[in-house]
Ligand binder design. Structure first.
Ligand code: 13P
Ligand code: SF4
Length: 395
């Protein structure tokens, strides 16, 4: 046990230690209380899954709740889950415990006789919603009018609707995830050629971080396209000079991690290492020791020597689980006021049980079916991602 009196008073939430009740405020709830997951519901989930056997494959994104992750056949970041879905041609039903854009991608990558199910259709993504297809088509028309569209290659983050992925496929671009953005951007800049540009959708932070941090490009090369302003709020000169045209979108969870929180962590926890997701703002990413996808965050912490102190800037379900899985590390959440991803959390055990029991009864609830024409063009962009040079699965 750590001597709590000798520990600094942290503004941070230390997770999974059970040793410092001041800083772990509200984490433990000691006493004779029932478990969070209704045991009867857990039993029903087990029974339904057993009855379905190999006919169902359950995918769980790292941000899902513990009680949902327990029933996942595999867990992963969005890239790994897209590949896992494509690698299960024998399972007629894929239950996707994640958000809508991930389920759409799984539908596009699986065969026509497989059905992807999203247990709660309200599990969307606020970032994906920040780029509507009409806005993106208008942007492209403006780029044509400005005489630069033929020098622009779109790179679209996985966190986007199937319609935006199809737009990307139609215009010779690629999809990327947080684990392969560097490779995707290198490919696109190369394809755009001298004086060429990338239109990066919809996460301005991932685009900026990948260009400036990973590829060492100057920040001045980046401009932000505001879909609510004529011509994106940019002058023809600004557009002409830019290499990266970043869509004005962001993650409502990761966008809230702050420079002050990183500074407070460094001040209060001697020797701490800060690891954040690349959806965080550039100033935050610049101050971090490590940056990476959810899969990379897990692997980095798993590989670190016991006793390493980590402050983690990503979704709280994952950070809490890391705290429990690696009690030999000291793991804290970067910003005490940042909430769970509310849309990821829409998938709960009742919805999962409902989806599984319905399948047992022969009923498919909440199927995700992408329009065939949209799926065709989105697949071109997704296949381009899967074919990126040297790309299998990087973190
Ligand atoms: P990963 O690709 O790292 O899993 O991230 C997906 C996501 O939605 C992050 O907010
Ligand atoms: Fe979307 Fe952010 Fe939630 Fe990821 S964490 S699903 S980007 S809102």
């Amino acid at each position: 046990m750590t001597d709590t009196a000798s520990r600094p008073k942290l503004p941070l939430l230390v997770l999974g230690q059970g040793t410092d009740l001041h800083t772990e405020r509200g984490v433990e709830c000691p006493g004779d209380l029932p478990p969070a997951s209704d045991p009867e519901l857990v039993e029903r989930a087990r029974a339904a899954k057993a009855a379905l056997g190999d006919r169902v494959f359950v995918l769980g994104h790292h941000y899902q709740r513990d009680e949902v992750i327990e029933f996942a056949d595999t867990t992963g970041d969005s890239f790994k889950l897209a590949k896992e879905a494509a690698a299960r041609p024998d399972a007629p039903w894929i239950v996707f415990c994640g958000v809508h854009f991930m389920a759409e991608s799984a539908d596009i990558l699986t065969s026509d006789d497989q059905t992807v199910i999203l247990p709660d259709l309200a599990a969307g993504c606020s970032m994906a919603d920040m780029a509507a297809i009409d806005q993106v088509e208008d942007c492209w028309d403006d780029l044509v009018e400005a005489g630069i569209a033929d020098r622009v290659v779109p790179v679209t983050y996985m966190n986007s609707s199937a319609a935006i992925k199809a737009f990307t496929g139609r215009h010779g671009g690629t999809i990327c995830t947080s684990s392969n953005a560097r490779t995707a951007l290198t490919w696109a800049l190369d394809k755009a050629g001298d004086g060429g540009k990338v239109l990066f959708l919809p996460d301005q932070h991932l685009g900026r971080n990948t260009y400036a941090r990973d590829l060492g490009g100057p920040l001045e090369d980046c401009v932000v396209w505001d879909p609510h302003k004529p011509m994106g709020g940019l002058t023809p000169e600004q557009l002409d000079a830019a290499t990266m045209i970043l869509w004005r979108g962001h993650c409502s969870v990761h966008g809230r991690f702050s420079v002050e929180a990183v500074e407070a962590a460094r001040r209060d926890i001697p020797g701490v290492k800060v690891i954040v997701h690349p959806e965080c703002r550039h100033e935050v990413v610049e101050l971090a020791d490590e940056v990476g996808s959810t899969e990379k965050i897990i692997k980095t912490i798993a590989a670190a020597p016991a006793g390493t102190k980590w402050v983690v800037g990503t979704e709280l379900n994952l950070v809490r689980r890391l705290g429990q899985q690696f009690p030999e590390q000291q793991i804290s959440f970067l910003e005490k006021n940042v909430c769970y991803c509310s849309t990821m959390n829409r998938i709960d055990l009742p919805h999962l049980v409902w989806a599984l029991e319905s399948l047992v009864e022969g009923r498919v609830v909440n199927p995700i079916r992408v329009d065939p024409d949209v799926a065709h063009h989105a697949r071109i962009a997704l296949d381009q991602m899967l074919a990126l040079p040297g790309e299998t699965h990087k973190d």
